[in-house]
Design a protein around this ligand. Structure first.
Ligand code: HEM
Length: 217
């Protein structure tokens, strides 16, 4: 059935041949090993995070009064909600470890050197985005741990000279952690970061296509 649907499109758009040439027959270095999978696994985890995150958007309410109860609802009452939240939570944690391994592979194999410097730079930016996902997501359950941990985090920049107090205030949306903090963190977590991350991922992947994957040492 699926094959026939694909054929209907392929007879008109002729994408099967391109797919074979560009994806299945794409040359990769000969002595490639398992450490080359960490980038792909990071991407898979990102997709899992996006899918489970989108599913939770339908039930989570980002307000001081509702955040905690809606997270409780997702965890204890929503059918398969605990699995949904669990996959989101563990994918986020595992992604940090896998990304670290990906960076380690790139570093040890010297794959950050000419002509791949820009790939390393987009990678560093992506890593910062992933950490920002973690920081903004941590507040969303609005429980004691989330509140106090985020309070420490947003007050940290305050001790930096000149722009420090402004940055703290910008993050909190005022002088206290409250309604504006949660809506800002939510907006950054579900809209700003996903969009800019996808832009950088596209750049990362296009550059890999252009330069090819680095040979093992
Ligand atoms: C969401 C984050 C990221 C994803 C999904 C991702 C994905 C990938 C994929 C699929 C590859 C192809 C080869 C491989 O898998 O090893 C790759 C290559 C590369 N990545 Fe990443 N990456 C991410 C973050 C990073 C970070 C944090 C760095 C370094 C700071 C980085 C630097 C590079 C470089 C330099 C290459 C080229 C390596 C080569 O040609 O052998 N990436 N990335």
């Amino acid at each position: 059935m699926l094959g026939r649907i694909i054929d209907v499109f392929d007879r008109r758009l002729k994408f099967k041949e391109d797919f074979k040439k560009n994806v299945l027959d794409h040359p990769v270095p000969q002595r490639i090993n398992l450490t080359y999978c960490f980038g792909g696994i990071s991407f898979l985890l990102y997709m899992l995070l996006a899918a489970t995150g989108i599913a939770m958007i339908f039930f989570y309410v980002p307000s001081v009064d509702h955040a905690f109860v809606t997270v409780e609802y997702i965890t204890f009452d929503l059918p398969l909600g605990n699995i949904l939240r669990g996959i989101h939570h563990w994918s986020a944690n595992i992604m940090i470890v896998v990304l670290f391994l990906h960076m380690l592979r790139v570093y040890v194999y010297g794959a950050y050197k000419n002509p791949r410097e820009f790939n390393w730079i987009t990678g560093v930016v992506l890593f910062a985005f992933v950490l920002a996902f973690g920081f903004t997501g941590y507040l969303l359950p609005w429980d004691q741990k989330a509140y106090w941990a985020t309070k420490v985090g947003v007050l940290m920049p305050q001790s930096a000279p000149v722009a420090g107090p402004f940055i703290s205030k910008l993050l909190m949306g005022g002088d206290q952690l409250g309604a504006l903090t949660i809506s800002r963190f939510y907006a950054v977590h579900v809209a700003v970061l996903p969009i800019i991350t996808v832009v950088f991922l596209v750049g990362h992947f296009l550059m890999i296509r252009r330069t090819g994957i680095a040979e093992p040492l």
